[in-house]
Design a protein around this ligand. Structure first.
Ligand code: ZN
Length: 210
C-alpha cells in the first residue's frame, strides 16, 4: 500500500510566526505538578509541550529545506530563520517553566492533539502535524478504497531513518493496519493482530481520526 513518493517530504511546511509564538502565549499559569520526583501531568500541559515541540520541529525542518535549495531566496531564508528563532525562544521558556522532567514525560505521553497547517500545495489537502513517539509527523488524509475506506499518509518531518511515508488504514471490516515495520513484523502475523496498535495507528486512534 506504500505508493507515495519519498520526494514529497521535501515540501516545506508553512507555519506562521503567529503559530510559533503560540506555545508561549498560551502557556497561562498551568504548570506540571511534581510529586516525589515523578511529574503529574495534566492534559493541558501535555498538549502545550507536544504542540511546542511540533512547532519547533516544523520550523527547523523549514529552515533545512530552505537552506538546501540550490538558490534559496534571501526573503524565504530570513522568514524561516526568524520563525525558528521565535519557536526556540518559546520552547526554551516552556522548558524553563515546566522543568526537563515534565517536558520529557509530556513528550512521551500519548498523542493529545494535532496542529492543523495551511494547505501546502499537496494537491490542496490540508496537512496536520502529529507527535508520535516524540517525533513530528505530517499527516494527510488520502482517498480511501473499498477495502480500506479510511487512509492516512504520515511522514516524519525530520530524521534520516524514515524517509518514506507510512499508510495507516481502517479496513472495511473495521481492522486497523499500518505498513510500518512494527505493525508488519510484530503485530500482523501474531495473535496480537486485531487487538494491538503500532505507535502510528495508536496515535490516530487517540485523535479519533481512524
Ligand atoms: Zn505503524
Amino acid at each position: 500500500m506504500r505508493h507515495g513518493r519519498a520526494g514529497e517530504r521535501a515540501a516545506p511546511v508553512v507555519i506562521s510566526s503567529h503559530d510559533a509564538g503560540q506555545a508561549q502565549s498560551n502557556r497561562g499559569k498551568s504548570a506540571g505538578r511534581v510529586s516525589a520526583g515523578r511529574p503529574m501531568l495534566d492534559r493541558r500541559v501535555v498538549e502545550l509541550v507536544q504542540r511546542g515541540w511540533m512547532i519547533l520541529e516544523a520550523a527547523t525542518a523549514d529552515v533545512e529545506v530552505a537552506e538546501s535549495q540550490p538558490t534559496p531566496s534571501e526573503e524565504m531564508l530570513w522568514s524561516c530563520r526568524s520563525t525558528l528563532a521565535e519557536a526556540v525562544r518559546a520552547w526554551e521558556a516552556l522548558k524553563a517553566e515546566l522543568g526537563p522532567q515534565t517536558v520529557r514525560a509530556a513528550l512521551e505521553a500519548p498523542t493529545t492533539s494535532a496542529l492543523e497547517l495551511s494547505p501546502t500545495g499537496s494537491r490542496g489537502r490540508s496537512v496536520a502535524l502529529v507527535l508520535i513517539g516524540g517525533f513530528t509527523y505530517a499527516a494527510v488524509r488520502v482517498p480511501g478504497v473499498e477495502l480500506a475506506p479510511i487512509q492516512w499518509r504520515i511522514i516524519r518531518l525530520r530524521g534520516h531513518h524514515e524517509i518514506d511515508p507510512y499508510y495507516v488504514c481502517r479496513l472495511a471490516d473495521g481492522a486497523i493496519q499500518c505498513d510500518c515495520a512494527e505493525w508488519t513484523y510484530r503485530i500482523a502475523e501474531t495473535e496480537r493482530h486485531g487487538k494491538a496498535h503500532c505507535k502510528h495507528s495508536a496515535a490516530l486512534v487517540e485523535l479519533g481520526w481512524i
